[in-house]
Design a protein around this ligand. Structure first.
Ligand SMILES: Cc1ncc(COP(=O)(O)O)c(C=O)c1O
Length: 390
């Protein structure tokens, strides 16, 4: 096992010591937060609570907080331009917002491509454009390996017709990481823009949106140890070209024109602290440690004869694993695990296309690891699963 400072990491998360009898494997649904995020949010409230743009100290400190959050997110996802960062209520709300603006620029015959691996937050907003005349095409994945069909994607990209590819960076159900760089290259070669759902990628991998070449990339701070808030990267030229829906007195310049109403300033203070937390541990170290835990989890699940694991092997994935136990409904397994002090998820977790393709109307159980989980926690999970017999 690597020399990851797991005890020092865990000591920073109050929820871990406050819930000594609970193992947090519900991380794809939302992560716990380190003390510094809690402190930053309450410090903002205690010292700086105001609206932006005022001629007085608390408002000026709020301006500084918003700017610091933009700068922190720009660092985290790899753009030198903080004005390419838009904040919003959630990834879902931001994606509907952008899709609506695309809908107003539709030409006859326009097509949009979504994938069956995606969370519905990167599907439904584009499906909405069908009502305005757009045709939506869906890239399948191999149900045995959980890998996206790149040949099918390539065949669907039609120069002059396809407007946008909406694609996940990491599946919230199977953990699959499609070959995003290749998908973006193929799309761009056909003149197609790319909207990346990086909600499940950013908590596990270093993100460099400029190197990837994505046009839009959305994520959620509550999945990477921060507060409940959505974040969107949009390439400057696109944010400036598309029409935002805004109130008339709001600023006309990016990114402000895309931010509807008053931002959640206290959460933005928390975003700064969450990014600084990740930087203090180092994403590469987190990723190495999680890969070891993920391998332990997959090996352990595959060794249990009653369990069917879905999705890819140990590589090309984040440590999010979906499985079923023979003779048990997914919810029943989650209830057994919950009773044994293990938080998991069950159902489709809004990954509608995944469960349809796998033929699982009741979905599957999901266990998703974070860098604060331990080998012992995985051993406990495997021991409890072993007690479930048909
Ligand atoms: C892959 C993925 N995309 C999008 C979302 C939606 O994010 P939000 O809750 O910020 O709308 C989730 C939430 O679970 C997710 O896992």
């Amino acid at each position: 096992m690597s020399s990851f400072p797991i005890e020092a990491v865990r000591a920073q998360f109050p929820a871990l010591s406050n819930n000594p009898d609970l193992i947090f494997f519900d991380n794809p649904g939302g992560t716990q937060v380190p003390q510094r995020v809690i402190d930053a949010v309450s410090h903002y409230w205690a010292t700086s609570c105001a609206n932006v743009g005022g001629a007085f100290a608390t408002s000026q400190r709020t301006d500084v907080t918003v700017a610091a959050a933009r700068a922190a997110m720009a660092r985290l996802i790899g753009t030198p331009d903080p004005y390419e960062i838009v904040f919003g209520q959630s990834m879902t709300a931001l994606t509907f917002h952008i899709a609506r603006s695309f809908g107003e620029t539709l030409r006859p015959g326009d097509e949009f491509i979504v994938t069956n691996l995606d969370h519905d937050a990167n599907v439904a907003p584009w499906l909405d454009l069908e009502a305005a005349g757009a045709m939506i095409r869906r890239v399948p994945f191999d149900p045995t390996t959980g890998i996206l069909d790149m040949a099918a994607l390539e065949a669907m990209l039609t120069p002059g017709k396809t407007r946008l590819l909406a694609i996940t960076a990491a599946s919230n159900a199977l953990g699959t990481m499609p070959d995003l760089k290749r998908a973006i290259e193929l799309a761009h070669a056909a003149g197609v823009l790319v909207y990346v759902d990086a909600v499940q990628f950013v908590p596990h991998c270093s993100t460099d949106v400029r190197a990837l070449g994505g046009d839009f990339l959305a994520c959620s701070a509550y999945k990477f140890f921060g507060p409940h808030l959505g974040v969107l990267y949009g390439k400057r030229e696109h944010l400036e070209r598309l029409r935002p829906h805004k109130v008339r007195p709001a600023k006309t310049t990016i990114p402000h024109c895309w931010e509807q109403g008053t931002l959640n300033h206290e959460c933005l203070a928390g975003v700064v602290a969450a990014v600084e937390y990740i930087e203090s541990i180092g994403m590469e170290a987190m990723q190495r440690y999680e890969a070891e835990l993920g391998a332990q989890l997959l090996d352990g699940l595959h060794a249990l004869p009653e369990i069917t694991v879905y999705g890819p092997g140990k590589t090309g994935r984040v440590p999010t694993v979906a499985f079923n136990v023979a003779g048990y409904a997914p919810r029943a397994v989650s209830e057994k695990l919950g009773a044994a002090g293990i938080a998991s998820w069950s159902g489709n977790y809004y990954a509608v296309g995944v469960m349809e393709a796998l033929g699982l109307p009741n979905g599957a159980v999901r266990v998703g690891l974070a860098h604060y989980n331990t080998r012992e926690e995985i051993e406990h999970l495997l021991a409890v699963l072993q007690t479930l017999k048909k």
